[in-house]
Design a protein around this ligand. Structure first.
Ligand SMILES: [Cu+2]
Length: 363
């Protein structure tokens, strides 16, 4: 089985991940189902499963039944590539699937689109290595996000999903706080020469439930803010990424799932000090981490509740922390200074409050 990021903790000798042995089954109902089913059957079956009518297969791990004090770590969402379901970019046969849970009103989803999307498309989607699947995650405090999501689905009926997707981000400033978002979406549809049926599609809420289904599946899969991503390999193993993180973060995960030897992750040396941190709704603990210049120190971050991203821009750290897992990262201590950290999920209630500092002090 492909080694996964969240398993590295165990491989690095931390051993503290409660999922290090049972992770593959807990984390992968998709994989478990895939063993017994094949090809289109999988797509069809899981599509049904998503709608709630699929009889849960015998292979579904019993661990899915909530019984432990802590809920199981989120699993990748069910097969997203149903034939008449979510919009997809790239080859159906691509070995890796990147699922983006998007809120078109979220400025950080726009940032991902503006800064990272094109490079991902050029290097991975256009080369047949990755297929990108879009799923909706309109956040409740973004009043126009639900209708915006419906607008992209209605545009897909006219074969112009991506045109609407791009336009909504380009014009986010115009419609985000508009009192009548739907009116603007109808105007955009006219500009895209979509058929008149777009208007009735939007007004009747033809895809309102579809959008809500995506939101529900994302929540089940541990998405708590946007943009949120699952990157899933051929065997159904996957890793989550939270927030508008740099391209290099996607590259590391995708290359691992593709079996490409990525640069070796930093291995904690025996004499490294380990600082434990927790991530929960809605704080990192501790909020201030003090280390000495030149000190060998590992930060071990355990997800207690929710899914978060620890982002320390000044130190080049970006790690997704999933509930129930521990991620270890070396803290660069070559330069002194105070380095702010925050949760990389910024469109989501509370994530914005998750801030703190790593202070590297002179010896
Ligand atoms: Cu967070």
């Amino acid at each position: 089985m492909t080694p996964l990021h969240w398993q590295e903790t165990a491989q690095k000798g931390d051993g503290s991940s409660p999922l290090s042995s049972a992770g593959s089954s807990i984390n992968n109902p998709w994989f478990a189902l895939s063993v017994g089913l094949m090809g289109l059957i999988v797509g069809f079956g899981l599509g049904k499963w998503r709608t709630g009518s699929f009889p849960v297969a015998a292979g579904t791990p019993p661990a899915q039944v909530a019984q432990a004090p802590a809920p199981p770590a989120p699993a990748p969402p069910a097969d997203p590539a149903g034939p008449d379901d979510d919009a997809m970019l790239g080859s159906k046969d691509a070995p890796v699937t990147l699922i983006e849970f998007v809120d078109y009103q979220c400025p950080f989803c726009k940032r991902f689109f503006d800064q990272t999307f094109a490079q991902l498309k050029t290097e991975y989607v256009d080369t047949g290595k990755v297929k990108l699947v879009m799923r909706d995650f309109p956040l409740s405090f973004h009043p126009n996000a639900q209708k915006a999501a419906e607008a992209t689905e209605c545009a897909q009926d006219g074969g112009k999903f991506w045109e609407m997707h791009d336009l909504l981000f380009a014009k986010q400033d115009e419609w985000a706080s508009a009192p009548d978002g739907a009116g603007l979406f109808r105007k955009y549809a006219t500009g895209l020469v979509l058929p008149k049926t777009f208007d009735s599609c939007l007004d009747t809420g033809k895809y309102a439930q579809e959008v809500k289904d995506d939101l529900r599946d994302g929540t089940t899969a541990g998405i708590s803010g946007t943009p949120g991503f699952w990157i899933v390999g051929k065997d159904g193993n996957g890793e989550q990424i939270s927030g508008a993180v740099p391209f290099s973060n996607f590259k590391t995960v995708i290359d691992t799932l593709l079996g490409v030897d990525a640069a070796a992750a930093p291995v904690p040396s025996a004499d490294a000090r380990t600082i434990k941190m927790t991530a929960e709704l809605w704080k990192f603990t501790p909020t201030v981490v003090r280390v000495k210049q030149g000190e060998k120190v590992m930060l071990a971050i355990t997800g207690v509740s929710g899914t978060h991203g620890l982002s320390v821009p000044g130190l080049g750290i970006n790690e997704t922390i999933i509930q129930g897992n521990t991620v270890s990262v070396a803290i660069p201590t070559d330069k002194t200074g105070t380095f702010d950290f925050r949760c990389s999920v910024q469109c989501g209630s509370g994530h914005n409050d998750m801030t703190g500092q790593i202070i590297v002090e002179a010896q």
